[in-house]
Design a protein around this ligand. Structure first.
Ligand code: HEC
Ligand code: HEC
Ligand code: HEC
Ligand code: HEC
Ligand code: HEC
Length: 409
């Protein structure tokens, strides 16, 4: 009888996706053997997906707390659907707010603080998140907003990801005699169907009012591209030995591997490959021509990104006039004031470059100017949201260069 209970308990913990075996719970353990992947992954945004690691994520949660009176700890459990998909606790009930309001501890507050301290979740989108996904199941009509009580488009994050046994690392290759620490399993969502893995979190998301937040997956499907996400964001395949520091009696197999950069503006110059840009100076006008050469919008992803086009007219190297254009989105609250997408009532405008879109800006040249300099910059957070979110971290205040050119007039 006791044995049956034990089996039942094991089954239950499996079902809840609870406690990951300590040997596989943290990226640090994997990196001991997989240094190459670890070095890249640490530079990526995936490694920072937790409120204790990512200042913009934290500021966003604080802003929602101030505007909507949802404790940031509770909100972060909900956003954890994609940001921390293996967090044990997915939401908190009303007794959490009571415990906070009256300053006492209860079951609910203990559960929340434990979930936030959990070291696997603090590791963000870590090795064990992707490499333990046995199956991915999409269905329509499931919840896809950060509010688990709202039914919207299709499922995402932990709802779509079905995790397998902790000791089986799934990937592009068949079981090899070299792995003793863990088993290996070849799965299609690390080979020809690898986009499916990225779509679990990058497909799309809406807020409670059904207003779109991210739509990279939907954009990509419209593009009908055959180039996979990993080809640009994980680089070209190179022939390598996996875990070369693990020595065995038989020689290791050479494998086609990729970088684990999940390249973005912060850790690569991928933004320089987003647009085809040309300038023309014709009969008193400057024509700035741009074309999207990615299979999604530019900029895509997080709704706060922005590209700034800066046109500087100069006379003997002194700036005499500055013209700017911006590719971004504008979200408004119910009073018509700018806000962040998560709590917006309206998506007022979307000036990002659509798929295959070619755009031309025509600017009248300034009398007396001798040169004109054109710069394209990428911002992780649009300029007008910086004071709203009170973000001060240099990474977010910085402008990332895409293009710069000067013409004689
Ligand atoms: C003691 C060393 C060691 C540790 C620790 C280790 N691995 Fe491995 N791993 C290997 C070796 C060796 C291979 C096989 C290489 C080969 O076949 O040439 C491998 C293969 C893999 C593969 C390829 C799987 C496939 O089917 O394509 C993945 C993914 C992987 N490991 C992920 C992880 C993750 C995630 C962790 C941490 C939870 C981890 N490894 C910890 C040594 C290790
Ligand atoms: C479990 C959910 C999940 C999966 C699966 C996933 N991502 Fe992400 N990805 C995220 C989250 C969440 C962030 C933002 C992290 C943060 O806020 O710190 C992100 C960020 C990124 C970024 C932005 C990088 C930057 O520096 O700005 C890129 C690029 C990216 N992911 C590519 C991919 C690709 C390619 C795949 C498929 C191989 C993939 N992701 C799979 C959740 C996921
Ligand atoms: C042809 C190369 C290419 C392919 C294929 C591609 N991307 Fe991108 N991606 C880019 C470039 C260039 C940027 C930077 C400009 C931008 O934001 O659009 C980018 C930006 C992104 C960002 C935003 C990064 C940030 O810092 O916010 C995400 C997220 C992303 N891509 C996800 C994906 C996913 C998911 C796929 C597959 C469905 C994919 N990409 C396919 C080239 C590509
Ligand atoms: C966002 C999902 C994601 C995360 C997080 C991730 N990987 Fe991977 N990994 C992939 C994908 C996709 C591939 C297959 C790329 C390809 O060959 O097309 C891969 C391939 C591998 C391989 C096979 C060899 C290679 O490098 O291509 C190993 C080993 C591996 N990953 C280990 C790790 C380790 C260790 C970590 C944590 C430091 C990690 N991965 C984090 C998605 C991920
Ligand atoms: C459906 C999955 C999903 C949900 C739910 C989700 N996110 Fe994200 N989030 C992502 C992905 C994917 C990215 C990466 C996009 C990119 O980099 O352009 C991201 C990126 C971000 C970023 C940008 C971080 C940076 O450093 O650039 C912030 C901030 C953010 N999310 C906040 C939130 C908040 C707050 C919530 C809950 C209200 C939330 N997200 C819910 C998928 C999700």
């Amino acid at each position: 009888m006791r044995f049956v209970t034990l089996i039942f308990l094991c089954f239950l913990t499996q079902l809840l996706g609870a406690k990951i075996d300590e040997r596989f719970a943290k990226s640090e353990y994997c990196i001991g053997c997989h240094q190459e992947q670890g070095k890249d992954w640490k530079t990526s945004l995936h490694s920072k997906s937790h409120m204790t690691k990512n200042p913009l994520y934290l500021k966003t949660l604080e802003y929602i707390e101030a505007k909507k009176f949802i404790y940031k700890e509770v909100q972060s459990l909900r956003c954890g659907k994609c940001h921390n998909p293996r967090m044990d606790t997915k939401d908190a009930d009303i007794s959490y707010s009571l415990s906070r309001a009256y300053g006492f501890e209860n079951e609910e507050s203990k559960k929340v603080s434990e979930a936030l301290k959990d070291s696997t979740s603090q590791d963000g989108i870590s090795c064990i998140i992707c490499h333990n996904v046995e199956k991915i199941e999409y269905k329509a009509g499931d919840t896809n907003s950060s509010n688990p009580h709202k039914k919207t488009h299709r499922n995402s994050g932990f709802q779509a990801l079905k995790f397998g046994p902790n000791d089986v690392m799934v990937g592009p290759f068949e079981e090899s005699y070299r792995t003793t620490y863990h088993k290996m399993k070849q799965v299609p969502h690390f080979q020809e169907e690898v986009n499916k893995l990225c779509f679990a979190c990058h497909y799309s998301s809406q807020n409670d009012k059904n207003i779109p937040l991210y739509e990279t997956g939907i954009e990509y499907e419209r593009s009908q591209s055959t180039e996979k996400c990993v080809e640009c964001h994980m680089g070209k395949q190179e022939i390598n030995i996996i875990a070369p520091n693990v020595k065995g009696s038989t020689p290791a197999i050479q494998r086609p591997t990729r970088r684990h950069l999940f390249a973005g503006a912060r850790n690569s110059d991928i933004v320089k490959q987003s647009l085809k840009i040309s300038l023309e100076n014709k009969s008193g006008f400057l024509h700035v021509l741009l074309e999207n050469i990615t299979p999604h919008k530019v900029p895509t992803g997080f709704s706060g990104r922005e590209i700034e086009i800066e046109v500087l007219y100069k006379k003997n190297n002194q700036i005499i006039k500055k013209v700017t254009k911006k590719l971004n989105t504008l979200y408004l609250d119910r009073h018509g004031r700018e806000t962040i997408s998560y709590i917006a009532d309206e998506l007022k405008s979307d000036d990002r470059l659509d798929l295959n879109e070619k755009r031309e800006y025509t600017i009248q040249n300034v009398d007396g100017a001798t040169q004109v300099e054109v710069n394209f910059w990428y911002r992780l957070i649009k300029e007008s949201l910086i004071p709203i979110l009170k973000i001060e971290d240099e990474v977010y205040l910085k402008k990332y260069p895409i293009y710069s050119k000067e013409l004689k007039l």
